[in-house]
Design a protein around this ligand. Sequence first.
Ligand code: ZN
Length: 143
Amino acid sequence: MARIHKLNVKSIYMGRLKRGDDLLEAITKVCRENGISLGRVEAIGAVEKATLGYYDQAGKEYEYFTVDTPCEITSLLGNISLRDGEPMVHAHLTLAGRDGAVFGGHLASGTKVFACEIVLETFDGPEFKRGFDEETGLALWEI
Ligand code: ZN
């Protein structure tokens, strides 16, 4: 059975990140500095390079790949919850190159911002904490 909680929207933050920022670290920093531990994030913009992950379900580990070419962020979607008592941003990124072909994956450190506009929505509700899930090998919500 799905594990679902009803939450209420609290606040919306909207802004832009700096050129040269590490995308994942910059969003995490915004959360830390504003006391955000429950919410969702979306963004568009462009990156100078990216590091993305693909979860190998059989091997239960992430495989990372790097894209060393400037790309459009056609979509960043993610959420914010708690891991080990700290805000953790879990985001997936879809990028497009010069020819418009898209690809994507799990956002990892090492993704360098060229320009990025973010909208962050925070919620009131019970804490969402991540813990190790034996079945998948992932840090999933224990709700
Ligand atoms: Zn992911």
